[in-house]
Design a protein around this ligand. Structure first.
Ligand SMILES: Nc1ncnc2c1ncn2[C@@H]1O[C@H](COP(=O)(O)OP(=O)(O)OP(=O)(O)O)[C@@H](O)[C@H]1O
Ligand SMILES: [Mg+2]
Length: 294
């Protein structure tokens, strides 16, 4: 089984991200999700077969399920509805691409956390706060927070995103926009975690991106509530105090953390077949729990 690592379509490249190749079609963008996977902001040398299709299907599920809360960038996801110039590439594009409205992306990542995980857990142990927000004492690993918190970050062009305080977030975007993004992000997290809970899944945390279109309308862009942008835990494997099994990238991060000699700088190490298969089966498990086919 092959993974699609890169695309080379005959259209101007808008941006090649760590995972998606984005082509500029004028007022619209063609976003192609490859099978690349990144961890610690490094793209791995091997891809995860079908990952681009799984991510696209999961994101589209959530664009539909959150449309009443906020409009999103999605215009079409069925290749048959794409413009004629894309039809020669139908086979490559099917299931792993979307046609979207081009927006001006806001230069921030809107993170919401409902549980103590990852860098939040590390920070809590050192300071009893998460992204500068004070927390009650004696919370164990993976415990739920008293309420979900909004912990924005800047979107770094190069290198790692940096967590910022809400004050700095307001300084970057203006007070009105900052309040709007915070309350929208919390509403989206609420929707995501309620729907996940019905499927026996905990949404530990997630990240949203927003953009403004040329009519000045705020849109949800990029991807939403995917296992690349979120931490998902099977509810049956969760209890405070232990690291829960995950349905996301954590399995890959754990493998990389165990390597004695990789310092999280490129080039990333080769991934053995069992790790590739382990990530793939977790992403597939998540999609099937939501009833998302691809
Ligand atoms: N509707 C949109 N309008 C403009 N840009 C968009 C839109 N949707 C997504 N993007 C941008 O397309 C890119 C998608 O690629 P990908 O997610 O692989 O990038 P990435 O490596 O995460 O990089 P970044 O740090 O820029 O998000 C992102 O930079 C995202 O901000
Ligand atoms: Mg991204």
């Amino acid at each position: 089984m092959d993974a699609l690592l890169t695309t080379d379509l005959p259209f101007p490249v808008f941006r090649r991200g760590k995972v998606r190749d984005v082509y500029d079609l004028g007022e619209r963008l063609l976003i192609v999700a490859t099978d690349r996977i990144s961890a610690f902001d490094c793209v791995m040398p091997q891809g995860i077969p079908d990952k681009g299709r799984i991510l696209t299907a999961v994101a589209n599920y959530w664009f539909e399920a959150t449309r009443d809360l906020i409009p999103n960038h999605l215009i079409a996801s069925q290749v048959e509805e794409y413009p004629a110039e894309l039809q020669p590439h139908a086979e490559l594009l099917r299931g792993r691409s979307i046609l979207v409205k081009k927006t001006l992306p806001l230069p921030v990542e809107c993170v919401v956390r409902g549980f103590l995980a990852g860098s939040g857990w590390k920070e809590y142990q050192a300071t009893r706060s998460v992204c500068g927000i004070a927390m009650p004492p004696n919370l164990p690993m993976a415990s739920s927070l008293p309420q979900p918190i909004f912990t924005p970050a800047t979107k770094a062009e190069e290198g790692h995103d940096e967590n910022i305080s809400f004050d700095r977030f307001q300084g970057l975007l203006g007070g009105d926009m900052a309040q709007r993004l915070r309350s929208m992000s919390l509403s989206l997290y609420h929707r995501g975690s309620e729907m996940a809970a019905q499927r026996g899944i905990l949404l530990a945390d997630t990240k949203f991106e927003f953009g403004v279109d040329d009519e000045g309308q705020l849109l949800l862009i990029d991807e939403a509530l995917t296992p690349d942008s979120s931490r998902y835990w099977p509810a049956e494997g969760w209890r405070p105090g232990i690291q829960p099994p995950s349905l996301d990238k954590q399995f890959l991060r754990d493998y990389l953390e165990r390597l004695p000699d990789w310092n999280k700088q490129p080039p990333a190490p080769d991934l053995p077949p069992n790790i590739i298969e382990g990530v793939r089966s977790r992403y597939l498990d998540l999609a099937s729990r939501f009833g998302v086919g691809f």
